[in-house]
Structures are given as C-alpha cells and as structure tokens.
Design a protein around this ligand. Structure first.
Ligand SMILES: *[C@@H]1O[C@H](CO)[C@@H](O)[C@H](O)[C@H]1NC(C)=O
Ligand SMILES: *[C@@H]1O[C@H](CO)[C@@H](O)[C@H](O)[C@H]1NC(C)=O
Ligand SMILES: *[C@@H]1O[C@H](CO)[C@@H](O)[C@H](O)[C@H]1NC(C)=O
Ligand SMILES: [Zn+2]
Length: 975
C-alpha cells in the first residue's frame, strides 16, 4: 500500500503547480481540445432514499443503482488506462468502498493515483447553496474529504468544485471552496437570461470574488458555467437509460452512421467553442444515475474519440477530467472578468423562479438546523472529555446524518415525501447516538467522586412544541445548560411543566427568579402534541460559561399558583422593558408601534398568504407553484383583519398571544433583559386547502422607512449580500425572493431592523420599509421539475403545522456588526439543554456534583468563535477558529485578533498544531492554487492570508472573516 502512495507523491512533487496526481498533458496547441468528461450525477436521495439509490431497489420509481455504476465504471477503467471518470458524492463512494475486498481496493487506489478516477467535489454530498449554513457545509466537506484522505492520501484531495445541480449558487460557497484549496468550480444552473448573455459575450468563465470586502484573493475562485447544464450534447447520451443512437460503424450495415454522427458532433463542438475563450471545451458525458452499465457509454465514447479525431485534424478529443480542463485553461494565460455577487435567484425560464425551495418543508429545515446545533455540542463535549474510541461510531452517525441533510434535495425540501421521512429518520438516529455521547460526556464532567448517583439525562428534542417527558413528570429535576459558544452568553430557559408552582436554584443552590407563562391556546390543541404541560417555566440562565455548562435545580412547590393572570385594561396592549416598548393596535390586535430609547417607530406585522399558481406546466406561462418554484397567482391576502389578543406579564418576560385565525397564531415576546430584542413565535398550519387552493404564508413586517429598494440577506449565515429590488420582472414577487439562512436586514440612515429566523426561509422586500419571510407553504400541484408530487405535507392526519421563531431587532448601524454573533447565540449555536430527574435536594445537589464548568481557560474575544472542535485521528483534535467581523463593521472588533492556542483549553495544553486548508485534508503548506489573471484590480487585501504561519506559542492571528483550521495534539494539564 505504501508503494502506491509513494508513487503518487513522487508524481505530485515532480510537478509542482500541477494540481492533481494525474498527468493531464493531453491538450495541444492550435487545435480545439474537447475534454470528454464521463460522469454520473448521483443524488444522495431524491425520488428514492439513499439506500434505494445505492442498491438499485424500487427501479419502478427511477432506474438507478449506484453500486452498479461504481462496479462497472471501475471495471472499465481497469481495462483501459486511457479512460477516466469523475466520482463526486463521497457518501455513495464510501458505502461502495467498504464492500470491496483488498484486491479491488488496491486496484482502485491505483486508479485514483494515476488520475483515471478523479475525486471531484468530494463532500459527503453535493450540498445545496441557498439554505445551508456554512458550518454544516464545512463539516460535510470535511467528513467527505477525511474519508478520501484516509483512503487515498494526498491524491484523494479533490481540486475542484462540481456543483452541477444545486438551484442557484451562493458567493459563500465560492469563498469556502477557494479556502479549501480548490482551483475551480463548475456548475450548471443560473438565471437563463444571464447564461444567454454570458455565452454571448464569452463570460461563462470568470473569476468569482468570494469575499471581496474581507478575504480578498484567497477567496477568489475560477468559475465555469457548463454549456449544456451537465448533459452531453443532444443525441450523444450513450447510456442505456438514454436510448440515443449508438455508433454503427460496420461499413456493410445499411444503418452505418459514422460520417453523419461525426459531423453532428463536430458542429456542436464548434458551436460550443465559439462561446468560450480558450481552445478548450468541456463535454459533460453523463446524466442522473448514468453508467449503471458503463460499457455502453465507454464503448461509444471510444468510437466518438476515434472517428472524430481521425477525420478532423483541427479537433483533439480525449478522455479528461475537470481538473485537467482547469490546467489547460489556466495555461492559456487569459485575463478573466470577475464577479462579486451571487447567482440567486435562479429562474430557469420567465415564470419559473426557483425560490419556493427556500421555504419548502419548514419543519425538516428546522430539524436540519437543530441537527447542526446538536452535532457541534456533541463533538465539542466528546473532544473536551476524551471519550474513548469505543464511542467513535456514535459521533459518526450524526456527522453523516447532518452531512446528508445538506444535499441539494434534502434540506431544500425538493425530495419525495417518503425520502423526506428517511432523512428525518436518519437524523433522528443521529440524535439518539449523539445524545448517548453527550450524556456520557456530561456525566464525566459532573462527577466529583464515583459514589454519587448518576443522573439520567434526557435531551428534549420536542421543546419546540413545549413537550418534554422529564420536566412534565418530575417533581425535582436538574437542567444542564451547555453553551457551545466560546464566549459567555445569557439564555432564557423555557421548560414545559404540568404544575403551576416551582422553585429554581442555580449551580450553588441560590434561588433564581422564575416565572410561569400559560401556553397559548393553539399550542394545547397542536396535532401530535401529547403533553400534560399547559404552561412553561421561564428563567434566565445568566452568564453561561464559555464552551461549558452550568446547572439549575428545579423543584415543584405545593404553594399557590405562580401563573400570571391575563392583563385587563390598556396595559394589555403594551409590552415594555427598560429598553423598549411594543404596542399592538387596539382594533386589529397587530403590532403597531415600537418605542426604542424614546424614539417612536410605526411598525406593523401581520400574516399574509399567496395562492400558489396552478397550471399544466406545458409552457412557461402555465407553471405551477411547487416544491422548487414559487409562483404566486397574485398579490398576497391578509390571513385575518384582526387578531384576538391576550397578554401576560411577569418579572422575566411579557407575552402577547395573538390568534389570527384557527391556523395562524403568534406570541410576541419581550424579555426583561434583552435590549431591543423582540421575539415573534409563529404557529402556522394546517394550511386550509378546502377551497382547492394551495397557499404560501408569509410574515410581513412594515416600518415607515425609505429603503430605496435595498435590503440585505446573509449568504449561508456568513457574509451579507446587498439585494436591490428589481422592477419589470415577469414574476415581480418570486423574482425578488432571496434565501435567508440566519438574517435579513433593512436599513435607513443610521437605523437598522434585523430579523433572525430559526431556520432557512425565503425573504423579500417588495415595497420600501417592508420585509417579509415565507414561513410555510402547502401546494396542490407539482411544478414539473422532477419530484412528481405536490408539496402537500401532512402529519397526524392533517396538514402539517409548523412553529418557529423570528427574533426582531431594532437598532443602530452597529446591528450589522453584531448580527452574526446574535444569529449564533439565538439560533445556530443555541445553548443545549439536558434534563435529569433527581432525588437530592437543591443544596445536596450543588454539593454533590460539579455544577458549573468551562472547557476554556478564558472566554475568547467577542470577535472570535471556535467554529469546530472535534476528535480527529488518534488522539488529535480538529480545531477551527473564525473571526466574526467584517472589515468595515466596527472600529475595534474589525481589527485582526490574536489567540494563543497553547493554553486555550482548561483541561489540556496544546502541544502541537499544524494548519490545514479549510477542509482539513491538506497541510496548508502544501496548498498551491493556480493563479488567474483578472481584468479588475485585485482587492489587494491580505493576498497571503492562506499562508499564515504559527509561532511556538501557537499564536494564531485572524483577519476579518477569516477561518483557520488546525489539527492539534493535546496533553492533559497537570493539576
Ligand atoms: C492525508 O493522508 C496522508 C496519507 O495517509 C497523510 O500522510 C496525511 O497526513 C493526511 N493529510 C492530512 C491533512 O491529514
Ligand atoms: C457579459 O454579460 C454579463 C452577464 O449579463 C455581464 O454581467 C457582463 O458585464 C458582460 N461582460 C462584457 C464584457 O460584456
Ligand atoms: C503562459 O505564461 C507562461 C509563463 O509566463 C509561459 O511559460 C507560457 O508559454 C504561456 N502560455 C501561453 C499559451 O502563452
Ligand atoms: Zn441532483
């Protein structure tokens, strides 16, 4: 085995600058080089589940079996060293690899090191780019890369992005891929009009500036828009699934077609080449789940190459790969145009804007977000407590389940119903495994001596519907609040309980202020909710330790009810704390006014719905709204003119519960200690369809500001994108929708309004001062882009009900500087709660266990976050630090910041640290990316940030928005 790797390294080192282990020098000067790239697009779940696709079961739904693809492709490659193939989705590859014997594995390693089998993309899945969070994307690549590196060594490191199917492309993806060390990115889907124009003016290849304001050159990525999506030229799909005409080359056959077929191909190649700059073009020879019988493809490709080359000395066809193509194009020394925004939204024709999937399946999207949150907690606790390798498998289940959720037909909601259920099942198993690991970790941390009773912790995953077995049924229980952030935060804990009087004590046994709030009536009749809890106990977990926990002790009291009475009188219409005052209109019951620091703002919030367009999908103008497409039949209708309201006030939180209709309600919540922070918890569904119409529900905020058509949305939770409302679109509403993963903002002068959703949603500002987020959708007609089902989700025999949270902040410009931290604290990396019943008293409990603990020796500065901490190989750990601020955000926080790794952690010292590229699969010192000339001035920011060094104390300096990745060795601190 080491011989193979050594050979591969030799090739690699012998050709510095050559970005792959393979020798690619097949292109020639003075001719048109046609790079024939055999590939198969293998969705990790869509119409069938992952396993159905892998094994090839349920062929009646779709004829697709990935195991056959890999079997037959590998056998073809072994027979002919000229042939090549690109393998993309590591989830499938890994499943196949584990089934191979040593002989086969040895052969496949050779195919990888000689470049015949090129690993491309290489993430666990081909992730969506609109509704994913960058943390989950980085993780899913890291996990795929890790399997590849462990298997193939450095030749297994993918060198290019292959995002051929995702429905639009985010700038953040370009930034991440550049810092993973990729040399280029290929994709297929972009605005049809943009594509036409780019082909016309030869800008279908460009240098995409992934972080023009912050990272500069290290985030630039050469980007190629594929000519014919990811398909072969029409008529040249030789797969058994396609049925195109094969080469019939017997001269005696009456069907002999070589001359005609060659001419058709050459005409097409020349037409294509007229749209690209160099004398190279790439031909994607594959389709969805092609190559189950690879021989059919390769046999005809062999003939294509042979006959075209024989008859056309000005053409050079050869088996190639995307990275070989990049090398060829790079060597042409062209100066490229640049792009510094993104490829959203994606309309595939005048009426088909792919902006519905930003919201489709809102509860699956929330589950995915929670999955990332818990995975981080689980990995951190695992690493901090050095759980033994025997628990290794537990972590992997969750890593793989969360990674799989990022697939472009998973988190997007564009899969069939039974597949959505399969993803949810896998994720739920991941939760179980992670819960097991988390419980083991906190038990270890809580333990002072081994004779104390162990606590049986529950991680209540149904807190979002105010349901939790332990808290509902125990008279005394412990709440452990774990903070995954590397800074201290405070958090309001809400616990569903069945009685009406409780006492809460903190980690040292001192009573803390607590309050009870009745659950809104619509919650009590929520389909599927089985809980005796009619109220929630609320208290503040103050100053949680960074990367650590504290515990609270909750005891049921016999005394009189703590439940607040509903407010009467005019106070019932106003919520107020020391920072702000929020009022609802007496007649409509809608939010009407906010007073912040004495300044009054008229602000209105209500729910509306669009009726989904219905058509036969035969022509663009007859497109239906569906899982992918948002196409409203007209303007939005208000759900109700009036909301019934009821309000409760207490020392910790004031709540105003609004009921708009039997299927839309909301809680407006103002916590005592949260500055300028309003929580809107919406409950929507079952969306009625008795009138035969599908509906798409939005929450719309309107403030009396002039915003000049400008609003801001996050790109995968990281940098913000400026959006400008476009007029004169064929779809003026859907065409102005953008994805929001963590934040949407409006600005006017020195003021800002921000909304932080707890899951990804579509959003727009259709009129000045307005911000709307689509929270739920239920449709009765398919949009004919393949999923073949209407997006009509049901649960418990009714239309699906979704509950979620919008945190609304009104503030100054500094909100822009704070937004990422706020999104992390409230949504992305929310404190994780664990519950356990106990027989001890509060005092006994505080004495018996280690009730408070931090994994860090000190909090990190406010502009730095520990993005990743997880067990890696052997006893090493994987560590990522990120700078949270933009360059122009803030005078202080936007400065570069230095963190010393050496004694960062409370339990161990860092004894060695080696920096890698973002995906943790290449030592940073080995990464040499291709250089591309660009036509505009380079932004000139730290063009060398990627090569940052590390001193003896492991001091790490981060520049604005930079992420740095390290593999560290640690040794336990001497006590
Ligand atoms: C990748 O794999 C090779 C071979 O196993 C190993 O030597 C190298 O350290 C790995 N790279 C990283 C960044 O882990
Ligand atoms: C080419 O078309 C694109 C897309 O419309 C446009 O952004 C760009 O400015 C054009 N470039 C040139 C050089 O005409
Ligand atoms: C591109 O530039 C390199 C380095 O300057 C040079 O060696 C090479 O010949 C050039 N290639 C072409 C096609 O001009
Ligand atoms: Zn796909």
């Amino acid at each position: 085995m080491w011989l193979v790797i050594a050979a591969c390294l030799a090739v690699f080192q012998g050709t510095i600058g050559d970005p792959s282990c393979a020798s690619c020098k097949n292109w020639k000067d003075g001719v048109l080089n046609v790079h024939i790239v055999p590939h198969s697009h293998d969705d990790v779940g869509w119409l069938k589940t992952v396993d159905q696709y892998y094994y090839g079961s349920r062929q009646g739904i779709q004829n697709a079996g990935v195991q056959y693809i890999l079997d037959t492709v590998v056998s073809q490659l072994l027979h002919d060293p000229a042939k090549r193939f690109v393998q993309v989705e590591t989830a499938f590859f890994w499943q196949w690899w584990q089934e191979q014997n040593d002989h086969m594995r040895h052969q496949v390693k050779q195919l990888v090191s000689n470049g015949q089998l090129e690993l491309l993309g290489g993430g666990w899945v081909m992730n969506d780019e609109a509704v994913t969070h960058y943390q989950a994307t980085v993780d899913q690549f890291t996990w795929g890369f890790r399997r590849l590196n462990d298997t193939f060594g450095s030749c297994g490191a993918p060198r290019a992005g292959w995002q051929i199917d995702p429905f639009g492309h985010s700038r953040e993806t370009a930034s991440l891929m550049a810092t993973m060390g990729f040399d280029g990115l290929f994709f297929g889907r972009l605005d049809y009009a943009d594509k036409t124009q780019r082909l016309k003016n030869k800008t279908a290849e460009m240098v995409w500036q992934g972080s023009p304001q912050n990272l500069g050159k290290p985030a630039e990525l050469f980007t190629h828009v594929l000519f014919n999506h990811y398909s072969p030229p029409p008529g040249f799909c030789f797969d058994l699934l396609c049925g195109d005409e094969p080469f019939i080359d017997s001269k005696h056959s009456p069907d002999y077609n070589v001359d005609r077929r060659v001419k058709e191909f050459v005409d097409y190649a020349k037409k294509q080449s007229a749209h690209y700059t160099t004398n190279n073009i790439i031909m994607t020879m594959g389709q969805d789940f092609n190559y189950q019988d690879a021989n059919a493809w390769y046999k005809n490709l062999d003939k294509l190459i042979k006959y075209v080359n024989a008859k056309n000395p000005d053409l050079n066809l050869f088996y190639s790969t995307p990275t070989c193509y990049l090398q060829a194009v790079n060597s042409a020394n062209v100066t490229w145009t640049t792009k510094d925004d993104d490829f959203f939204p994606y309309p595939s024709d005048q009426h088909s804007y792919w902006t519905g999937y930003f919201t489709s399946r809102p509860t699956l999207k929330f589950f995915a977000a929670q999955g990332n949150n818990f995975l981080q907690v689980c990995k951190q606790l695992y690493a901090l407590t050095e759980l033994g390798p025997e628990d290794w498998a537990d972590l992997t289940a969750m890593r793989e389940a969360v990674a799989m959720m990022q697939h472009h037909d998973a988190i997007t909601g564009t899969e069939q119903q039974h597949v959505a259920q399969d993803y949810a099942l896998r994720l739920s198993r991941g939760f179980d495994e992670c819960h097991f690991a988390t419980e083991a970790a906190v038990t270890k941390l809580l333990t002072i001596n081994s004779t104390q009773p162990t606590l049986d912790f529950e991680s209540c995953t149904q807190l979002n519907i105010s349901q939790c077995a332990t808290t509902e049924s125990s008279d005394r229980f412990v709440v452990l609040v774990f903070n995954p952030l590397s800074r201290s935060v405070s958090h309001h804990v809400r616990i569903p309980v069945a009685s009406s009087s409780y006492k809460v004590s903190d980690a040292v046994g001192v009573e803390v202020k607590a309050q009870m709030v009745p659950l809104p009536e619509p919650m009590l009749r929520l389909p599927g909710r089985v809980s005796p809890a009619k109220q929630e106990l609320v208290f503040m977990a103050e100053k949680l330790p960074p990367l650590g926990y504290t515990t609270f002790y909750v005891q049921k009291l016999a005394g009189k009810s703590m439940l607040a009475y509903a407010e009467k009188g005019p106070e019932r219409l106003t919520l107020k704390n020391k920072f702000m005052e929020v009022s609802v209109n007496e007649i409509t019951g809608e939010l009407s006014e906010i007073v912040v620091d004495g300044a009054q703002q008229t602000i209105d919030q209500s729910f509306y719905y669009y009726e989904g367009a219905v058509g036969d999908n035969e022509e663009a103008k007859n497109r239906s709204s569906g899982a992918y497409i948002f196409r409203p039949a007209g303007d939005a209708t208000k759900v109700a003119k009036q909301a019934k309201t009821i309000s409760y006030k207490g020392p910790i939180v004031q709540e105003l519960q609004q009921t708009f209709s039997p299927w839309v309600s909301q809680v407006v919540r103002l916590y005592e200690d949260d500055p300028h922070h309003l929580e809107l918890e919406w409950l929507v569904g079952p969306i009625p369809i008795e009138d035969g119409k599908g509906k798409e529900v939005v929450s719309r905020l309107a403030i009396d500001w002039r915003t000049d058509g400008i609003f801001y949305t996050d790109s995968n939770g990281r940098e913000m994108m400026t959006r400008k409302r476009r007029e004169n679109l064929t779809e003026p509403i859907a065409g102005n929708y953008y994805p929001v993963t963590t934040a949407a903002l409006l600005a006017s002068g020195e003021q800002m309004l921000a909304v932080f959703p707890d899951r990804a949603q579509g959003a727009s500002s259709l009129r000045d001062g307005e911000l709307e987020l689509m929270v739920h959708r239920r449709l009765l007609k398919d949009d004919a882009f393949g999923v073949s089902e209407a997006l009509n989700e049901t649960a418990f025999g009714e239309g699906l009900v979704a509950r979620g949270r919008h945190i609304v902040k009104l503030g100054s410009k500094s909100l822009k500087a704070e937004q990422r931290r706020l999104a992390q604290q409230h949504n992305v990396l929310r404190p994780w709660l664990l519950f356990a019943p106990t027989d001890l008293t509060a005092k006994q409990f505080a004495k018996t266990y280690k009730t408070s603990w931090s994994g860090l020796s000190a909090a990190l500065p406010p502009n730095v976050n520990l993005l990743t901490l997880e067990p890696w190989k052997g006893r090493s750990l994987l560590l990522r630090l990120e700078h949270l601020q933009n360059r122009d955000d803030d005078e202080v926080l936007s400065k570069p910041v230095t963190v010393s790794l050496k004694s960062l952690f409370s339990g161990f010292d860092v004894t060695a640290a080696r920096e890698t590229s973002l995906g943790a699969n290449r030592w940073l010192s080995d990464v040499k990316r291709m250089e591309w000339e660009i036509d505009s001035n380079d932004i000139g920011l730290d063009s060398n940030t990627l090569a940052g060094g590390l001193d003896d104390d492991f001091n790490v300096t981060l520049t604005p928005m930079q992420i740095r990745t390290f593999i560290i060795d640690v040794t336990a601190k001497k006590v």
